[in-house]
Structures are given as C-alpha cells and as structure tokens.
Design a binder for this molecule. Structure first.
Ligand SMILES: *Cc1c(COP(=O)(O)O)cnc(C)c1O
Length: 399
C-alpha cells in the first residue's frame, strides 16, 4: 500500500492527475488501479467495528457509504476539478436530484434556468414542487430577468451552460453573485461544457455536477454522476447523510471504468472539440443547412461571453435543415456512419432530433421560447476521422 501514490496529487499538473490521481495501490503493487467489488468489510474485532462506527478509526463500513474503488474515482475527480469534495452517484440524474433534494424542503424557493436537460427540468418543475418547493424558472440569458427572479430570499439556483440543445450560455459569475445576494447556493450542470473547458467553481458557483455517462466515460459503457464542491457545510450538513440514507451510490465496477476513462479524457475531448469546430464551419457553408449553433462560432448569440467564460467550445453542434421535421428525419435516416442516438459525449458520433425525443415533453410554447425547432438536429461529435463525418453528412443531405 503506498501512501506515495495518494499524496502526490497536489504537486502534479492536471493531466498527470488524470492518469495517476487517487491511486492507492494494494500490497500487490498493481499498475492498473485495482477493483474492489465488495459490498461490505470485515473488522479485526468487535471493538474495531465499534470504533469504526463511532468514527474513531478510519475503516470502510459498507459500500453504500464508501468503497475503495469509488474513493479512487472521487479523488481523481477532485484533483481534476480543483474541488475539496466529490460525491459520486449512480447516474447524472442521481447527482442532480441529490444536489437539490439534500438541501431543499417545503417552503424553500428554487430558481432554475428553463433551458435545461429534460429530466433536470422535470426534477425542478414537477418533482420538487410535490415536496413543497417553490420553483421559479428563467428562460432568458438576460441578467435583468435573473436579478428579478433572485430579488426574494432563495435557497438554491440550478442552471446548465451551455444548455441542451440550443447552447444558451449563461453568465455564471454574474448569476453566482445574484444567487449569493439572495442567500442561495448556485449549482451548475457542466456536462455540455465538459470539465476541460469550463470551471464553474472558479467562476463563483458553489456546486458543479456531471453526468459522467457523457464525456467522462466517453465510450458509452456506464452510467454515473458526480457532485463537486468546496462547501464543507453543504457536504457535512446535507449531502453526506442524504447519500448514505437514500442510496444513489455509484457501483465500484462503474467507478473503475470511469477512473480509467479519466486517463484519456483530456485527449479525447480536445480531439472531439477540434472536429466539432471543423464540422460547425463545414455545416455553415453547406447548402441545405440553415442555422448552425456552436459556442465556437462568432455567430453564437453569446460569443463574447463564451470567450470570457469557456476555454474551448465543446463537442456538440446543433443545426437546422432547410425544411420541416420530415426533412430532418430523412436526413438522419440517410446517414450511414453517424448513429441515431440521444446519448452524447461518446467516441462514436451521434445525432438526435430533440423535439421528438429529449424535448418531446416540453410544450410547443416553451420550445418556441427556447428556440427549439422541429427542423433542428443535435450532433454529438465523436473520435472518427472528421473527413468521414463530413462525407456522411454531405451524402445524407443529398437524400
Ligand atoms: C445526460 C445528462 C444528464 C443526466 O445524466 P444521466 O447520467 O443520463 O442520468 C443531466 N444533465 C445533462 C446536461 C445531461 O446531458
């Protein structure tokens, strides 16, 4: 067991931490991180069990509370994000729900962005109100509207930037300030930005969360989630007990897959983002394609804010086809290489039609408000040769 591995993190640079951070070798001195598929742990004596339960001796108790493989993943995530605390969960939605439900109760006020991933919108506007939480949504990126929504005492603010699918970018630093004035903690869903290109905690957010199912796995194998924060009180007073007693725990097998995925995260996402940029420009000039939305294009409505707040554009490109839903379907069906799938962040490129899949629950009126049209498709750019992706798109457009 080498203390050596665990304690280096502070002095290593980010990419080194992504490869080695959190490793805690067993007495076999394995190179690849070990996997501890165990639900429970043995004690040397009844006295030791008593000390462990009292918190007087460090010892794993039960894998709903903690597991060495899960700890290794959380330690690597902490080093990546520059956060003191990481709580992993069984899925991204587990992270979203835990981050909110652990601290909200009847009578509390939640301000949420309207431009959210469908399930996040459901949690904020349907589920939490069932428990007496008052949710107010803000559809616009206009800070005056955020200021108005945050003019009353508020417990939590939840937003996503860039948003799914329209890439609405919100000013995280400015909203953090407004949230704090209202007495709220700001939670940022950073999935679309990816951990590479946006640092919500540095911008003033209190909590950042990921669906690790997306870029962090990056190869379509596991579901997972993570909540990261430097707010010790939030973890100690709310999150820790919520996770322990409700059980949205990440499995050690998935934690192991995700730990190994972090080793290549930086390389993968940089390559995917470079291809996404190339495809966004390619699509802009292509006949048969209408509006293209990508944070790296100067035509993006919040391009200046993107430059200020993000260090790269991400891996998602949204575009409209000249025509209606039937045209969009025809185009998607004619693709040979790019898969039709609602997942994202994968090594394999995927395309989806939001108004009939991820956003079919959103009313026509709200879709119009968010600019989500029926001729629009969302492309998640993978790791294939970008020339093959261009050819696939160009040929499908001829259909
Ligand atoms: C996928 C996704 C989630 C939910 O994550 P799961 O791992 O699917 O539960 C939440 N937010 C965003 C932005 C997502 O893309």
């Amino acid at each position: 067991m080498s203390e050596k591995d665990k304690n280096q993190g502070a002095k290593w640079r980010r990419q080194t931490n992504l490869v080695r951070g959190g490793q805690n070798r067993s007495h076999f001195d394995e190179i690849s991180e070990a996997m501890f598929l165990t639900s429970s742990y043995a004690y040397d004596s009844a006295e030791q069990a008593q000390r462990a339960f009292k918190g007087e001796e460090e010892h794993y108790l039960y894998s709903r509370y903690g597991n060495p493989t899960v700890t290794a993943f959380e330690d690597r995530m902490k080093l990546m994000e520059g956060a003191a605390i990481c709580q992993s969960t069984a899925s991204g939605m587990g992270a979203v729900f835990a981050s909110l439900a652990c601290m909200l109760g009847a009578g509390d006020r939640l301000v949420a962005s309207k431009a959210l991933f469908g399930s996040c919108d459901y949690v904020c506007t349907v589920l939490l109100p069932q428990y007496g939480v008052e949710t107010v949504t803000v559809a616009s990126d206009n800070l005056d509207e955020w200021e108005k929504a945050l003019s009353e005492p508020t417990k939590a603010v939840f937003l996503e930037s860039p948003s799914n699918p329209m890439m609405q970018v919100l000013d995280i630093a400015a909203i953090a300030e407004l949230a704090h004035k209202a007495g709220a903690r700001l939670i940022v869903d950073n999935v679309f930005a990816t951990p590479l290109f946006q640092k919500p905690l540095e911008l003033g957010a209190d909590i950042v969360m990921y669906s690790t199912t997306k870029h962090i796995d990056g190869q379509g194998r596991t579901l997972g989630g993570a909540v990261l924060t430097n707010d010790e009180d939030y973890y100690a007073d709310h999150m820790r007990m919520f996770i322990r007693h409700t059980g949205p725990t990440l499995s050690p097998f998935n934690a192991w897959v995700l730990t190994k995925s972090l080793e290549t995260l930086d390389l993968r996402v940089r390559a995917q983002s470079a291809s996404a940029s190339e495809l966004a420009h390619f699509l802009t000039d292509l006949a048969g394609v209408g509006k293209v939305v990508f944070p790296g294009l100067e035509s993006h409505p919040q391009y200046d804010l993107v430059q200020k707040q993000m260090s790269g554009p991400g891996t998602m490109v949204v575009f409209e086809l000249d025509g209606d839903q039937a045209r969009a379907f025809k185009f998607m069906n004619a693709l040979n290489l790019i898969d039709i799938s609602n997942n994202l962040g994968d090594a394999k490129s995927m395309i989806t039609h939001p108004t009939t899949t991820t956003h079919q629950r959103v009313s026509l009126e709200e879709r119009a408000q968010l600019g989500i049209n029926e001729n629009m498709v969302r492309l998640s750019v993978g790791l294939e040769d970008v020339e093959d992706l261009k050819e696939d798109i160009a040929e499908a457009l001829k259909a």
